[in-house]
Write a new protein. Structure first.
Length: 201
């Protein structure tokens, strides 16, 4: 019995010493919190990505917040409130807003600026927040609840969704899969939107 107690005590002490190595003296993980004043942005941040250089980009209510590990920079967007950011294999940062979408591109002095693609779609087209963005085979899919914008080389194709119960969209292989509140599932593949049979178990 003493051998078992001693073994358990040794294991507990071992775990305790390992835990001390990964937390500070107060037993709290090393986390730094940045307030909105520090990041030059708003209080709400929705998503974040990291490009191949290690730069971080955050979807913020005031625009896209860029962080290089030392300095924070707010990249202004037309509509302000950014809902989603995504980075593709070339390192291009794509941006989804409420009623707008586009990407970041360096200006003449190398500073990133927001480039809207909204002018590539009809003025009469009404859509809400672009809340998901995927890049597949060189095409970028900006997904809203009303339509999906398929962009390649600044040319935009609009795929209008003939239903109003979008729950979520996912990238699966070469397709965009759309789950719906009704339980139905649609797949966008090769420019065609099809409904697939689904069963709720």
């Amino acid at each position: 019995m003493k051998k078992i107690s001693l073994t358990i005590l040794t294991i507990v002490i071992g775990f305790a010493s390992i835990a001390q190595d990964v937390v500070n003296g107060y037993g709290i993980p090393f986390v730094t919190n940045y307030d909105s004043e520090k990041i030059n942005g708003g209080e709400q941040t929705w998503a974040g990505v990291q490009d191949k250089r290690g730069i971080l980009y955050f979807a913020n209510q005031n625009g896209v917040v860029e962080y290089d590990g030392h300095y924070w920079n707010l990249i202004s967007t037309i509509g302000g409130n950014v809902d989603y950011v995504s980075v593709d294999e070339k390192g291009v940062v794509h941006v989804g807003l409420d009623g707008d979408f586009g990407y970041l591109f360096p200006n003449d002095v190398g500073t990133l600026e927001y480039v809207s693609l909204k002018n590539r779609v009809p003025d009469t087209l009404q859509f809400g927040r672009v809340g998901k963005i995927y890049t597949i085979n060189g095409k970028t899919y900006y997904c809203s609840n009303e339509c999906i914008f398929v962009e390649k080389n600044d040319s935009v194709e609009v795929v209008q969704l003939p239903f109003d119960d979008v729950f979520f969209s996912y990238a699966v292989g070469d397709s965009i899969v759309i789950s719906r509140h009704s339980g139905n599932v649609n797949v966008l593949y090769d420019g065609k939107l099809n409904e697939i049979e689904s069963k709720i178990i």
